[in-house]
Structures are given as structure tokens and as C-alpha cells.
Design a protein around this ligand. Structure first.
Ligand SMILES: Cc1ncc(COP(=O)(O)O)c(C=O)c1O
Length: 367
């Protein structure tokens, strides 16, 4: 059922007052809560093995709400140097405007990470695997370092979903998701989720999400809840297809390097096996012909769509340096291993033979 309503009626004025005062449970107004949100939150908390969850209107609403609720003026945040472009922008540009200092580090290097933490560090923010380099960060090690400094570890689990990785079980404090991606799964909604301890989520719901206002529509939440019903089946197929696509790419003469944690050649393959239950559906690669070759490939795919976003049942290909990560300065991108020619492929659940033959015919256009 979709509770497609902006408001909820009270039986009388006294009941309305009691609900506002928090003396009686019950819905008031959809920005403050809606049965579709409640259902989704319970489901996500259970899947991530967390105490509670908060649903937001996008991944960025989830990330900004989570960070603004744990940081204040004078605090410091340490973030991994390879993040989704808008997250990087939020942390590097917007938070400092509010008096919150930010430092970026290769969080897979525990010595460098420890050296970046400060007494006023209140949050460590990571994505693992990182979008789009597929670098893996040891979540348990990051949690230990974070807690030594009394900081919260926040993990973006978008690429994995709780089906493949549960950061809270590895010591993280807060998990954020762009539910637009694998959780929704069908490329037909924009949504976000935060999972964490009740003392933080209740603050987010009662204050930050309520006042910042980034709540999802009941219809999108209903679509999301429906998508989650097939999460496991889809993720199994994404993982199988991505492994076969990665192996195909490794053997292509036009391809220089393939970044996929399932490949034994991935520098953190062992860590990936330890902390993930599968390697996911995202594959990135560099072509020997660099950016020009990448453009030829992306301009010649037929079944695969040239589009940003990821985690849909449909395969999507994109160019991070000019699209999703264009707001990260080139020197920062290069330092984090994101080359100008890197191509990111979100491997869908189509017949893998169709995906591979489309890539093959597109690669054959490279001179
Ligand atoms: C890893 C990651 N986190 C967060 C986001 C932001 O999510 P949304 O587009 O739902 O705001 C994205 C979007 O691509 C992403 O890839």
C-alpha cells in the first residue's frame, strides 16, 4: 500500500498536540514520517544489522544529513581521497563553509590514515569499493583508527549493498546508501538511506532530516521496498556477469588495466574476499589508447546505455573524469588513481553474452 498523503488527520486538537509533543505515537506530516518510510527503515536496519534507519530523498540527502548531524563548527572530518564526485564536493567545499575542516587521505594506507586524524576529528568517511577506482579499504582497520580518536566511521555501502557487505558488523558506526542504485535496482527512482545507532538516527529524524527536508516521496519508497525484494537474486547475477565481463576485458588486446576486486590481479583481492560476500557489479578499466579509445568505445556501444548512475538491471557505461567525477580537480583524481581515460561499467543482469558481444563490437572500432 502506498500512503500517498502529505498529512495525517488527528481525532482532536489534544491528540495533535500530544503527537507533536512526542507523548503519543502516530503520524503527523510526511516530512516527519510516513508508514512507507517506517517500513523501509525497518527493512534496511534489519538488512544492515543496525539498530535503526532513516530514509532520504537521494543518496546525497542521506550523506549530507548524516554528516551535518554528527559534525559542527570547529570539527574536522577525514575522508578517503576517492569518493563519488558530489560527496567529494560536499566534504571539500561545502563543509568548510560551515567551519568544518576536511582532509583527504588514501584510507587504504593505515599509517597515512592515522597520521591524518586529529584530536578534533569527529568523522572518518569512506567508500569501499571506491567509486570508480574499485580500491578497497579495510573497514575494521578504519573503524579501529576512527574509534581511537573518538570519531564516527561512516561508510558508503552503495556499491555493495548489505547483501554483499555489512560495514556495521565490521565496526562502522553509520552506513549510507544511494538507494537509487542497487537497492532500487531498476533505474526508476532516486532515494537514499542512513543506517546506524538509534541515538543518532532519532536525532537525524527529529531534527536534521525534518528541518533540512530531504525526505523521499511515499511512491519512491514503495518502489524501493519492492526493488529490495529481489536484491539477492539481482546481486548474484550482477556479480556473476561482472566477473565474466572483467575476465573478458583482461584478455582484450585494447585494454590496459581492469579494476575489479574479484580478479586475483586486484591488489586487494584478499581483503575483498575477507570483508565482502561477493565482488559486485562494477568494473572499471583503462584502455591502451587512453581517453580517445575510451570515447570510441563509449560512443559505439549499442545495447549498453551511455549514462551515469549504476546498479540498474540494465548495463550502463560512463566516463568518470568528464561526468560523475568532473568536480574533483584533475590533480586529486590522478593522485587517487583515477586516470583521464578510465571507463566505468555498471554490469547489468542481461544475458552476459549480449553484454560481452556489445563491448567486443564497440572495442573493435578502436584503431
Ligand atoms: C557511491 C555513491 N554514493 C552516493 C551517490 C549519490 O547518490 P544519489 O545520486 O542517489 O544522490 C552516488 C551517485 O552516483 C554514488 O555513486
Amino acid at each position: 500500500m502506498i500512503y500517498q498523503t502529505s498529512t495525517f488527520t488527528f481525532e482532536n486538537v489534544e491528540q495533535g498536540a500530544r503527537r507533536f509533543a512526542g507523548l503519543e505515537p502516530g503520524y503527523i506530516y510526511t516530512r516527519i514520517g510516513n508508514p512507507n518510510m517506517t517500513e523501509l527503515q525497518e527493512r534496511m536496519a534489519s538488512l544492515e544489522n543496525g539498530e535503526d534507519a532513516v530514509s532520504a530523498c537521494s543518496g546525497m540527502a542521506a550523506i549530507s544529513t548524516a554528516l551535518l548531524s554528527i559534525l559542527k563548527q570547529g570539527d574536522h572530518i577525514v575522508a578517503s581521497n576517492m569518493l563519488y564526485g558530489c560527496t567529494y564536493d560536499l566534504i571539500s567545499q561545502m563543509l568548510p563553509d560551515f567551519g568544518i575542516e576536511a582532509s583527504f587521505v588514501d584510507a587504504s594506507d593505515t599509517n597515512a590514515l592515522r597520521a591524518t586524524m586529529r584530536p578534533n576529528t569527529k568523522a572518518l568517511y569512506i567508500e569501499t569499493p571506491a567509486n570508480p577506482t574499485m580500491k578497497i579499504i579495510d573497514i575494521r582497520a578504519a573503524a579501529d583508527i576512527s574509534h581511537e580518536y573518538g570519531a564516527y566511521l561512516v561508510v558508503d555501502n552503495t556499491f555493495m549493498t548489505p547483501y554483499l557487505q555489512r560495514p556495521l558488523e565490521l565496526g562502522a558506526d553509520i552506513v549510507v546508501h544511494s538507494a537509487t542504485k542497487y537497492l532500487g535496482g531498476h533505474g526508476d527512482l532516486v532515494s537514499g538511506v542512513i543506517v546506524g545507532p538509534e541515538h543518532l538516527t532519532s536525532k537525524m529524524k527529529k531534527r536534521y532530516l525534518k528541518d533540512l527536508g530531504g525526505i523521499p516521496s511515499p511512491f519512491d519508497i514503495w518502489l524501493l521496498a519492492r526493488g529490495i525484494k529481489t536484491l539477492g537474486v539481482r546481486m548474484d547475477r550482477h556479480c556473476q556477469n561482472a566477473m565474466l565481463v572483467a575476465e573478458f576485458l583482461v584478455n582484450c588486446p585494447q585494454v590496459a588495466t581492469v579494476y575489479y576486486p574479484g580478479l586475483p590481479s586486484h591488489p586487494q583481492h584478499e581483503l575483498a574476499k575477507k570483508q565482502m560476500d561477493g565482488f559486485g557489479g562494477m568494473v572499471s578499466f583503462d584502455l591502451k589508447g587512453g581517453l580517445d579509445a575510451g570515447c570510441t568505445l563509449m560512443n559505439n556501444v549499442r545495447m549498453i546505455s551511455l549514462a551515469v548512475s549504476l546498479g540498474s538491471v540494465d548495463s550502463l557505461i560512463e566516463h568518470p573524469a568528464s561526468m560523475t567525477h568532473a568536480c574533483v580537480p584533475q590533480v586529486e583524481r590522478h593522485a587517487a588513481g583515477l586516470t583521464d581515460g578510465l571507463v566505468r561499467l555498471s554490469v547489468g543482469i542481461e544475458d552476459v553474452e549480449d553484454i560481452i558481444s556489445d563491448l567486443k563490437q564497440a572495442l573493435d572500432n578502436i584503431k
